[in-house]
Design a protein. Structure first.
Lengths: 453, 185
């Protein structure tokens, strides 16, 4: 019989699991943590200041112009939304497929989803130019008619898709956390800590009748989040695909975007998990090299799908016989933005091929470097899609170029600060691994007697 | 005044019952004990565990959760609401010609309808979960602080049929409970 790899190392008991995971919340972190937290915070402040200046002065500070009317904001919005998708894939889709290895990484991956969606949400609001009127995007009864929003617009579909995604991800994450918050509450020594975690745990006590409903709802949410996550990035791709612009107007976009989203998201999960394993050595027993290898396999598989999409786009540009379509793709690969195109291809298609080798999949330094390249490559993918399609369309008289200004770069770099700041705060204030979900999978890959002894 | 505060407090704590609790270290012994307790004729007892136990539903005779029906009903309502709302706003309340499309352009409304279906289903499922579990509760009595970490308990309330403290204590001890005590839950 093929032996399964143990999901939790180090012969832990149930109590050890509670202790290990709660200790992160109950102790004061060390200097390494604070230096990371404060660096992230510095970047976050840069983001706030950049946004403030853009809002105060106007969109002219950013590189957007005519004809490239969608710049860093939309590129980075799609980038962050895509990052979020891996979290839902791990927490919902792998749950439905009964992939037990997901349990120890699911919580952090979902947290990543929520923070990535929060960061993503700031970009289109900034892009509106007048963010104080962003509520006009919602269909509420107003005194202008009431003039309703245009439900035929993919941009409005996006409003619904992203806000539904944010809501469902948040309740999925929170409901999953309630039993663990109860664990923290019951362990709390200080009155204030007990009150805070008591409130957050909603008074959960884990009776069999409650667990019965709880497990059902968790499964339902997983079942609802699965089509939701596929719909979200499909709808994001409609922002482009529904337009008539060569390079955007293709039917391959929804699956291509979803594969790309999962690819980039797993890149980010691997980056975060490597950092966490370094920061908190106790994590290595829960997020084992076996988990990392599984994620690297998914990176390679989705990377191949993305590569296939790149090829397929080129084939269709030639096979369709549409001269504008053909020009856009030749311009992508050999025009003024060829550098961006080839960064994208090398990062997303060529570099992940290292994961064909088992030693590479299981080497922490290699996977860290590859995951960084995946993140870079996926940002450039959106850059290529947005900028190269817009900058040269039908009439040469309306061609132009797009350049990043320092405000674009400030917003892009600063958004990482917001993301890492939120993630680092989460890691020491909420249970970073699902305590209640890890315990039932403790016996996997172990001898039964050993587990009982 | 004090009376009102007491009443609010009682309500938030949930219905507190007195009874006997047995505490186990091993979940398999607890499931076996639950089966026995049910065999003795008890019906209102509870099993408390830090994670969902395999086989406890059968041992205690807990039926399959009804929540999927709620989810389906609300999902359907979300779908119909989306259908009606996009139609009413775009074709009835203020029809505008946009891009030469028909006022009621159903294919373009499907993403909105889909998202509302999911949203209604998810929120109603969680709402129902909180309602049937009586959550949120404020500071409900806890039998043992380790029950959310590594211990397992059975609790038989005094109002259960055939409640007999000595008999229950003996039964729990026979089933391997490491501790038996009078408790509130």
């Amino acid at each position: 019989m093929i032996k399964r790899d143990a999901l939790v190392l180090g012969n832990k008991t149930y109590k050890d699991i509670s202790d290990d995971i709660c200790r992160l919340v109950e102790t004061v972190p060390g200097g390494k943590y604070f230096s990371l937290l404060f660096s992230a915070k510095a970047l976050f402040i840069l983001y706030i200041v950049t946004m403030g200046m853009i809002v105060a002065t106007g969109m002219g500070l950013m590189g957007v112009n005519s004809p490239v009317g969608w710049g860093t904001d939309i590129i980075t919005f799609v980038f962050w939304i895509g990052i979020g998708h891996a979290g839902t894939l791990i927490s919902a889709i792998l749950f439905l497929f009964r992939q037990k290895w997901r349990t120890s990484i699911a919580r952090s991956a979902e947290a990543m989803t929520i923070f990535a969606v929060m960061v993503a949400g700031t970009f289109p609001i900034l892009h509106t130019g007048r963010p104080w009127l962003a509520y006009w995007l919602l269909p509420y009864p107003n005194q202008r008619g009431p003039l309703w929003v245009n439900f035929r617009s993919p941009l409005l579909w996006d409003v619904f898709a992203v806000s539904t995604y944010a809501t469902v991800s948040l309740i999925f994450w929170y409901i999953g956390m309630v039993p663990d918050l109860a664990t923290l509450r019951d362990r709390a020594k200080h009155k204030l800590r007990r009150a805070i975690y008591g409130m957050l745990s909603l008074g959960w006590r884990g009776t069999a009748r409650n667990w019965n409903h709880y497990e059902m709802v968790y499964m339902l949410l997983a079942g609802l989040a699965t089509p939701l996550v596929l719909s979200v990035h499909s709808i994001v791709s409609f922002d482009f695909a529904v337009a008539q612009l060569p390079g955007w107007h293709t039917t391959i976009f929804p699956p291509y975007f979803v594969a790309g989203a999962i690819f980039s998201g797993f890149g980010m999960v691997v980056t975060l998990m490597v950092i966490l394993r370094e920061l908190i050595p106790g994590f290595k027993d829960y997020v084992t090299i076996h988990h990392m290898e599984n994620m690297n396999k998914i990176i390679m598989a989705t990377g191949l799908m993305v590569g296939y999409s790149y090829g397929s786009e080129f084939f269709m540009a030639w096979y369709s016989g549409a001269p504008f379509e053909e020009y856009v793709f030749l311009n992508r690969a050999f025009g003024p933005y060829a550098w961006a195109y080839w960064i994208m291809v090398s990062c997303n298609v060529i570099i992940p091929q290292t994961f064909w080798f088992k030693w590479a999949r299981r080497s922490i330094p290699i996977m860290f470097i590859v995951s960084i390249f995946v993140n870079i490559g996926m940002w450039f993918e959106r850059y290529v899609i947005v900028v190269t399609s817009l900058h040269r369309d039908f009439l040469p008289s309306s061609w132009g170029m797009f350049e990043l200004t320092k405000y674009d770069i400030g917003a892009l770099v600063g958004s990482f600060g917001m993301f890492f700041f939120l993630f680092l705060l989460y890691i020491r204030t909420l249970p970073a691994i699902s305590i209640a979900e890890v315990k039932p999978v403790l016996s996997i890959g172990r001898e039964r007697e050993e587990h009982h002894g | 005044m004090a009376d009102i505060f007491d009443r609010i407090n009682n309500r938030l704590r949930g219905k507190v019952k007195r009874g006997i609790a047995g505490i186990w270290q091993d979940e398999h012994q607890l499931v076996a004990a639950a089966k026995k307790v049910r065999g003795e004729g008890f019906r209102k007892f509870e099993a408390i565990s830090p994670f969902p136990l395999h086989g406890i539903d059968e041992a205690m005779g807990i039926p399959r959760s009804f929540i999927p029906y709620v989810t389906f009903t609300f999902g359907l309502m979300g779908c119909l609401f989306g259908l009606w709302f996009t139609w009413w706003t775009s074709a009835v309340d203020w029809p505008l010609v946009i891009g030469g499309k028909p006022f009621w352009s159903l294919p373009a409304f499907i993403p909105i309808i889909f998202e509302l279906t999911i949203l209604f289903s998810a929120l109603s499922s969680v709402g129902t979960l909180l309602y049937v579990c009586g959550l949120p509760k404020v500071d409900p009595p806890v039998i043992d602080k380790d029950l959310t970490s590594h211990k397992f308990a059975l609790f038989i309330p005094e109002d259960d049929v055939g409640f007999d403290a000595d008999k229950i204590e003996k039964l729990f001890k026979e089933c391997g409970a490491e501790e038996v005590k009078r408790s509130e839950f």
